[in-house]
Design a protein around this ligand. Structure first.
Ligand SMILES: *Cc1c(COP(=O)(O)O)cnc(C)c1O
Length: 226
């Protein structure tokens, strides 16, 4: 199978999963996660028409995407990894969507950078649904207050929520929890589901699925040093 075969297979599986639960396949956006892969590996996907991508590191994305954007100006790039407050300027410059807003310091820094630059990336709040100490994201019990802080104290528009469930647990309760927090806060976008569980995530309401290895192949993290 080529990378294009795997892209097509993933798109078909997304459409099938949506139809199986009476959802419109067009309501689910595939974010192809290209972290650790060089720009030349992404070009065939761009030439095949895919436009929505995810990266987990600001530095790596800054090296890879500006030149691709010159050739394919309608790219939509998502930051799906943790954001440091000293990188907000670069993040706002580089990304169209930032999915990892997860603490007051970042919300404030983003509000300042948006005001300064006039650029408005779309924003998601990351929720640490498994309350894992090593993982980014606001704790579920703090999510409502944090969303209010983003809106009321920072003037930010938050579109939706993102989560990465613990690797060693069933994902469905985490997806359901994320959907629940979104619903009670009037948010309509849910970024959940990765290569191993995106069909399940679609059943539970995902509007963005983040698929890396099922399309790109196995990652070699030794190439990721930014
Ligand atoms: C790497 C990554 C993905 C993609 O994971 P796969 O299992 O390769 O599909 C999705 N979301 C986040 C936040 C990631 O860091």
């Amino acid at each position: 199978m080529t990378i294009i075969d795997r892209l097509d297979a993933t798109r078909s599986a997304i459409a099938r999963a949506a139809q199986d639960c009476d959802r419109d396949p067009a309501a689910v956006t595939l974010v192809c996660v290209t972290k650790t892969f060089p720009a030349e590996d992404v070009v065939p996907l761009l030439e095949a028409g895919h436009r929505v991508y995810g990266e987990n590191r600001v530095q790596e994305a800054m090296g890879k995407w500006p030149s691709l954007r010159e050739r394919f100006p309608d790219i939509e790039l998502h930051l799906i990894g943790p954001l440091q407050s000293n990188k907000t300027r670069e993040a706002v410059e580089t990304f169209d969507v930032i999915q990892s807003v997860d603490r007051e310091k970042i919300a404030k820094a983003l509000a300042e950078e948006i005001a300064r630059s006039g650029k408005h990336p779309r924003l998601f709040v990351q929720v640490n649904t498994g309350a894992e100490p090593q993982k980014a994201g606001i704790l579920p019990q703090d999510a409502d207050a944090f969303l209010a802080f983003c809106r009321e104290s920072c003037g930010l528009t938050i579109e939706g929520l993102m989560c990465v469930p613990p690797v060693d647990e069933q994902a469905s309760p985490h997806f359901a929890l994320l959907a629940d927090i979104a619903a009670r806060n009037g948010l309509h976008q849910l970024s959940m589901g990765m290569s191993s569980d995106y069909e399940l995530a679609i059943q539970l309401g995902a509007t963005y699925v983040r698929v890396g290895s099922a399309i790109m192949g196995v990652r070699d993290y030794s190439t990721q040093n930014g």
